[in-house]
Design a protein around this ligand. Structure first.
Ligand code: SAM
Length: 241
């Protein structure tokens, strides 16, 4: 894939990140392949409808399951594409405000250590050749990537579930999407703050928002449209209002 192709510059070289998987041995006890809604059909829809995708940016990676799924789609379709995986690997607001969830971060002396789980999962799945981790907060990463003129074909945002920060993420990353690129928004119709931010942002950039169970798709090309098949699916546990 892209990292091995002659003198072609991959995203790790462009950002001066090196190969963080070089010499890394997966920690067997860490490998758990745990994620949420990580194999949603919109990944395939986006990668099949963007011409010759070269770069996916994922903001909100957790233990790597959506990265692993996208890498599978990349390889199944013989695409020459890399995934820049951005996360603090420090968790989200819910890991403090929801009782018992702090333990999900595998804290070591109080500091989250799920980055090791992410590395172990990705390396075990054999996709370290296309996944490039960037441990950074989404806001700082966006400033740097814009300065470095990074442009992506597909952007998957699955970081904060709060209204203000989700809206900020959409505004930060949308300019990095190529003219035929697609934004995939996680937690749409699952978290009210994200749903509100997604709807407002779609109106702000004047694009149709294609919603589904837990994810939404926002094409940058205003002329691109989809007919999505509607089928029944159990919803998240939620209280009826
Ligand atoms: C729901 S998880 C991502 C799940 C993953 N996409 C999957 O399919 O398994 C959300 C992630 O966003 C990260 N995150 C939250 N706020 C962030 C921020 N401001 N910058 C970078 N990462 C953030 C958290 O550390 C967490 O790993």
């Amino acid at each position: 894939m892209a990292k091995d192709q002659g003198d072609k510059q991959g995203i790790a070289d462009k950002l001066g990140l090196g190969d963080v998987f070089d010499g890394f041995k997966p920690i067997k006890s860490r490998v758990d392949m745990q994620g949420w809604n990580s194999d949603h059909q919109f990944f395939t829809v986006a990668l099949n409808n963007v011409p010759d995708p070269k770069l996916i940016i994922e903001l909100g990676v957790w233990k790597g399951m959506s990265c692993i799924h996208m890498a599978e789609v990349i390889k199944a379709n013989d695409l020459d594409c890399e995934i820049l995986a951005i996360d603090t690997w420090l968790g989200s607001s819910a890991h403090l405000s929801s009782a018992g969830r702090r333990e999900e971060l595998s804290p070591e002396n109080g500091y989250p250590s799920i980055y090791k789980t992410f590395l172990s999962n990705v390396k075990t799945a054999g996709h370290d050749d296309v996944v490039v981790p960037l441990p950074m907060d989404g806001n700082s990463a966006a400033y740097a990537l814009k300065r470095l003129k990074v442009q992506a074909d597909v952007i998957h945002i699955d970081a904060s579930h709060e209204y203000e920060s989700a809206l900020m993420d959409f505004r930060n990353y949308w300019p990095m999407l190529k003219p035929n690129g697609m934004l995939i928004i996680d937690d749409y119709a699952g978290w009210p703050g994200v749903t509100r931010a997604a709807c407002e942002f779609a109106a702000e950039v004047d694009r149709p928002l294609f919603g589904s169970h837990g994810k939404a798709l926002l094409p940058k090309n205003p002329h691109l449209s989809f007919d999505l098949r509607i089928r029944g699916k159990k919803r998240y546990n939620r209280k009826d209002k």
